[in-house]
Design a protein around this ligand. Structure first.
Ligand SMILES: Nc1ncnc2c1ncn2[C@@H]1O[C@H](COP(=O)(O)OP(=O)(O)O)[C@@H](O)[C@H]1O
Ligand SMILES: [Mg+2]
Length: 234
């Protein structure tokens, strides 16, 4: 479904991705794990075409993404939940959710996906008229996720959604991702939180200083000595 081949990306003159290749099959739940500054966000920004200085191949369902501008990506069926959420604090929960549908243009039917989001996150339904800035961190992450889901994407990409959340909230978030995946959505999840991420994804890649150094089924990575030593402190 998504294929990234030999991707190089740079800011100014310094290259931060040095030939990254990953793929996500239809219906798969894939993760990329790696420490801070490994290049995880850069990889996702390349897929969403938010980075100008990139070379290599990125294709999605046979379409060459490298040839497209960023604003064309959501309508293809790729929704990106950015690092740090970036919700609108002085807008209601519902307006935040609907704002995600902007990329589809006028006339898009957002009512069905909106109802679907409210059934997935009943707490957002209860707070639909409340300013998003008054929600807890976990609820704000649900809004950021809902804003991506309003596009009814085929592929959901998430940049460290668990960052800054309490463990119990991370658990809840991950359960929602598993539920969304079970209903047929493909997911590419990027996280520093290695142990938890490997417990929900099916397959994973380890990104280290801009290079993929390991890949395999999530259970295999979780029991890999190098992963345990470097990321799990075992
Ligand atoms: N906007 C930017 N301008 C310059 N350098 C950047 C920018 N964003 C990230 N970098 C650098 O690129 C490298 C990879 O960053 P990033 O992709 O954010 O890693 P991660 O998401 O894994 O923490 C880091 O060394 C970071 O300092
Ligand atoms: Mg990042």
């Amino acid at each position: 479904m998504l294929t990234v081949k030999n991707l190089h990306a740079a800011y100014d003159r310094s290259e931060v991705l040095h030939g990254v290749s990953i793929d996500v099959a239809e219906g798969e739940f894939v993760c990329v794990i790696g420490a801070n500054t490994a290049g995880k966000s850069t990889l996702l920004r390349c897929i969403s075409r938010l980075i100008a200085k990139a070379s290599g191949e990125i294709s999605f369902q046979g379409q060459d993404l490298m040839a497209l501008p960023a604003h064309r990506i959501p309508a293809l069926g790729i929704a990106h939940v950015p690092e740090g959420r970036h919700i609108f604090p002085a807008m209601s929960v519902e307006d935040n959710l609907l704002s995600g549908g902007y990329a589809l243009g006028r006339g898009a039917n957002l009512q069905e996906p909106l109802e679907r989001i409210y059934s997935l996150f009943p707490r957002l339904a209860q707070r639909r008229t409340q300013f998003a800035g008054t929600l807890s961190g976990g609820e704000q992450q649900m809004v950021a996720l809902g804003r991506a889901l309003i596009l009814s994407p085929k592929l959901l990409i998430l940049d460290e959604p668990s960052h800054g959340l309490a463990p119990i909230v991370v658990d809840e978030l991950h359960r929602k991702l598993v539920e969304i995946h079970r209903e047929g959505m493909s997911i590419l999840l990027v996280e520093q939180n290695v142990a938890l991420t490997l417990s929900v994804a099916q397959r994973g890649y380890v990104l280290q200083s801009g290079r993929i150094v390991l890949e395999g089924p999530a259970a295999q990575l979780a029991s890999d000595d190098k992963v345990r030593e470097a990321y799990l402190g075992i």
